[in-house]
Design a binder for this molecule. Sequence first.
Ligand code: CA
Length: 217
Amino acid sequence: MRTLIAEDDEPVGRALRDVLSANGYAVTLVHRGADVLLRHAEAQVILLDLGLPDIDGLEVLRKLRRVDDVVVIVLTCRDDERSVVLALRLGADDYLVKPVRLAELLARMEASVRRYRHAELDGTGYSAGGLQIDFGLRQVTVDGSVIHLTPTEFDVLAVLARRAGTAVSREVIQDEIWGDAFLTKSNALDVHLHQLRMKLGKPVITTIRGFGYRLEP
Ligand code: CA
């Protein structure tokens, strides 16, 4: 898995690079936001620090998402709710606060790899009530208009669509998306679902209180 690490703290960056390389990732380490915008096409996963010296990581993410749906995992010291929600809304797939446990980082990255492989293998589609999903192209249309979703928004929708008409628990969704069923402190799923509902513009996702969600067929 080709990985781009954007980290201006040299020892932290090198430690991350060494441990990911030892786990089979092909790692490029850069120090500036501008390098991410130049080199994102080489990567399948980007680990993005927010406190970068030239461009704020959130601005890097905003620019990146106009051109690339590569997996982006934010890795930062900022743990305030506003930064987390903003990063997810701008299209971050995941958000980890430093210092991150290595096992957790690897698990989240492996979940990203699985999602990519899953998407590559599954070329079938879903169609109901004006909503069409092409799992192979990762494209969604509503009444014929293409809807631009972030990679994680797409994945949440895909998890629900593969079980359309049945209630899917939060734990199942979280496990498929992030490789962790019990992200109890994280409101990432709520943010992604809110965005997804706004973009789809149709009440097709029903909340099952205290359990999860259902895509109405
Ligand atoms: Ca930094």
